[in-house]
Design a protein around this ligand. Sequence first.
Ligand code: NDP
Ligand code: OXD
Length: 309
Amino acid sequence: MSVLVVAPGRDVSQWVETLKSQHPGMNVYVYPEDHDTEEVEFAITWKHPRGLFKNYPNLKIVASMGAGVDHITSDPEFPEGVKITRVVDEQLTSDLSEFVLALVMNHTRHLSAYKHQEKDSNWNVLKYCRNSDMKIGVMGMGVIGTATAQLLAKNNFKVSGWSRTEKDCEDITSYYGDNSLDDFLQESEILICLLPLTEETNGILNKELFEKLPKGAYVINVGRGEHLEENDLIEMIDSGHLAGAALDVFKEEPLPEDHAFWKHERISITPHTASLTEAESVVPQIVENYERFQDDEELKNLVEQDRGY
Ligand code: NDP
Ligand code: OXD
C-alpha cells in the first residue's frame, strides 16, 4: 500500500521527510508525480483538486493536513465510504488561542486605532474597557473554541460559548442549539467565530445575526471565510452598529488586491495565520492513524461526515 500527499502549491518536503522518518519503509507519493492509483489506500491532503479521489479505487482514508475538513467535505465527488480524519494538535490549539487573545487585546486597547492616529501625529487618548468588564462570545466550543474561551476567561474576560450540544466548562456560560443563539449574541460584545464550515454554518455571520449583537460589538473571524457575508459586515460597520472586525480567513485566499477589506480602516486583515500547522507536530498522529488502519484498529480524530465536522 502507498500513501499519497496532495497539497497543490504547498511545499510538502518536510511532511514527506517526517512521514518516512516516523514510519521507515512507508511508500509516499506526492501528487501529481507518477504513481499507480490502485496502490493508494491512504491520502494526506490540503485543498485537493475537486474529483481527484474518485480515481483511487482502493482509497480508504483521507487525512486533512489541518484542523478543518471543509476543503474535503465540499468536494461533491468525494467517494462514498472513504473515511476522513482531521488534525487535533496541542500546539496548533494554543497558538490559535493566543492569537485570538492578541486580537481581542488589540481591539480593547485600541492599538489599531492608535496606529491610524500615529499617521496624523494625533495624540488622542481613547477610553478603554477593562478585561473584567468585557463580554466575549465564542461560536464553536470544540477543541480550539474551548481552549480559546478558557484562555480568555483566565484573562478575566466574561466568556460565553455557543455550540450544538451543552458544555460544562468552568467560568464559561454555555449556550447551545439554535434556540439559544439570540441570548448568546446579546452577551457578545466581542464575537469570535471558531465554527467548522458546514451547510448549517455557511454564511452564519450575516446582517440578521450582527443586528442581534450589542451596538458597538466587534467581530473576529478565525473560522472560515465562507462563514461571513462580506457585504453585510461592511454595511454594519459603516452604519456604526459594529465597531469593526479582525479577519484571518476569507472566501478567496489570498485576499484579492482590490478587495474592499484591505482599505477599510476598521477591518484588520491577517493572512490565514492564526495558527500554522507544523509537520513535526502533526505527522505523528497521522502516522499513528496509518498504523491503526493497518492493524484494523479504530482511527483517531475521525470526522462525522453526516454532520460535516
Ligand atoms: P471542532 O470540531 O473541535 O469543534 C467544532 C465546534 O463547533 C463544536 O463545539 C460544535 O458543537 C460546534 N458546531 C458545529 N456546528 C454547529 C452548529 N450548527 N451550531 C452550533 N455549534 C456548532 O473544531 P475545532 O475547534 O478543532 O476547529 C474549529 C474550526 O476552526 C475549524 O473547522 C477551522 O475552520 C478553524 N480553524 C482555523 C484556523 C486558522 O488558522 N484560522 C486554524 C485551525 C482551525 P458540538 O461541540 O456541540 O459538536
Ligand atoms: C485550518 C488549519 O484548518 O490551518 O485552517 O488547520
